[in-house]
Design a protein around this ligand. Structure first.
Ligand code: 5CU
Length: 364
């Protein structure tokens, strides 16, 4: 059974050029003392402060041969690559549709260089008009290696419960494309303390801000009835669904006790979080512990959880050699193996790759 990485990012060369040409976040800049390129992408780095130094960025982000080398080092057979955050969200509306088209063509061509080893989630021009977004969604299935789309939580700037997204959900459902929903915006940095948590590096926004952002975005989709309207819409949640597997019970209980929702008739005939988790949501296995992985499997089912690495993010802090295995990856492999009993090898193989091959049709 192949090993498949469904959570693995790229910044193609043309996107790197874009980041290098910018002077506001997101951007890439070479700063003293090393003068090597550093990336500033997160809202918590905006505006850059005197203590904010970004993070190193190198060819592992844009040179696809490095992705393949990383796959070989970790025995990964197939990767479904996606543009990393913040995708095309920051582009002026007038540039977004053309940029998405160029980028997606580029991703498809990149996959073609390694037939059978690479597939992709396309990027959407979320700052363009709904018509242009829908048009790109409808164009993607014509491309050999595209298997869905990657999307952040901002939607058309008002979040994913925005009714203006109806046509987008309808197009995704109609074309049978999986939405890979990924965080970027986190929480307002004030929640991390007077300095925005800077004294703790990137720990708070990445460990907590990202998963909570995903949890809130999916909860808003659920509450606004997205899955009541689009019952065939499939969404793959990054980081094992944020905290949704743990909080789904509390979410459902709060819904069942909400007088406003009752008065507005919103409690009748609604699909619950449990139903959505078992039928519409796929969870990646990027949660770094057996405890979180077991929760993901418990709520979604072992056949709906999919291995991922988050490459090229979370590299080892000290490099010991090109062929060194990454701690962030071995931790997730171990969590998957430990979450299942000795007689459950089939489930392990499913999470490691079988589920992805089946659900994302990874055959050429
Ligand atoms: O470390 C990070 O900033 C990130 C990021 O931005 N996106 C991602 O997918 N993983 C880690």
């Amino acid at each position: 059974m192949p090993i498949v990485d469904i959570h693995t990012h790229v910044y193609p060369p043309s996107y790197m050029e874009l980041l290098e040409s910018r002077s506001t976040v997101p951007y890439v800049r070479s700063t003293p003392p090393t003068n090597s390129p550093r990336v500033f992408i997160l809202p918590s780095e905006d505006p850059p402060s005197t203590t904010s130094t970004g993070r190193p960025i190198g060819p592992e982000y844009y040179d696809i041969s490095q992705k393949i080398a990383f796959m070989d080092t970790h025995n990964i057979d197939i990767s479904v690559i996606s543009l990393a955050n913040p995708w095309l969200d920051f582009l002026p509306s007038s540039d977004a549709a053309a940029a998405a088209e160029t980028l997606n063509n580029d991703l498809n061509t990149t996959c073609d260089r390694y037939p059978g080893r690479l597939f992709a989630f396309g990027a959407l021009p979320m700052s363009a008009s709904v018509e242009e977004i829908v048009s790109e969604i409808k164009r993607l299935p014509g491309m050999k290696y595209m298997r869905g789309v990657v999307m952040g939580t901002s939607g058309l700037e008002k979040g994913l419960d925005d009714e203006r997204l109806n046509e987008v959900w309808a197009a995704l459902e109609e074309t049978g494309q999986t939405v890979f929903l990924h965080p970027h915006y986190g929480l307002p940095k004030e929640v991390y303390g007077p300095t925005g948590g800077e004294e703790y590096g990137f720990v708070l926004p990445l460990a907590l801000g990202f998963p909570l952002e995903t949890t809130i975005a999916v909860s808003r989709m659920l509450l606004s009835g997205v899955w009541d309207r689009y019952q065939g819409l499939n969404v793959l949640l990054a980081h094992s669904g944020g905290t949704l597997p743990f909080l789904a019970g509390r979410l459902e209980s709060c819904i069942a006790h909400d007088g406003k929702l009752l008065r507005e008739g919103k409690l009748a005939n609604r699909r619950t979080a449990w139903d959505i988790l078992q039928n519409n949501i796929l969870l990646d296995a990027v949660v770094y512990s057996e405890v979180g992985l077991k929760a993901a499997v418990d709520v979604a089912g072992a056949d709906r959880v999919l291995f991922g690495t988050d490459h090229p993010f979370f590299p080892p802090l000290e490099k010991n050699g090109e062929k060194e295995k990454w701690l962030s990856v071995t931790t997730n492999f171990k969590a998957i193996k430990d979450a299942f009993g000795p007689g459950e090898m089939e489930k392990v193989e499913g999470v490691l790759g079988g589920n992805a091959v089946k659900l994302l049709r990874l055959e050429i």
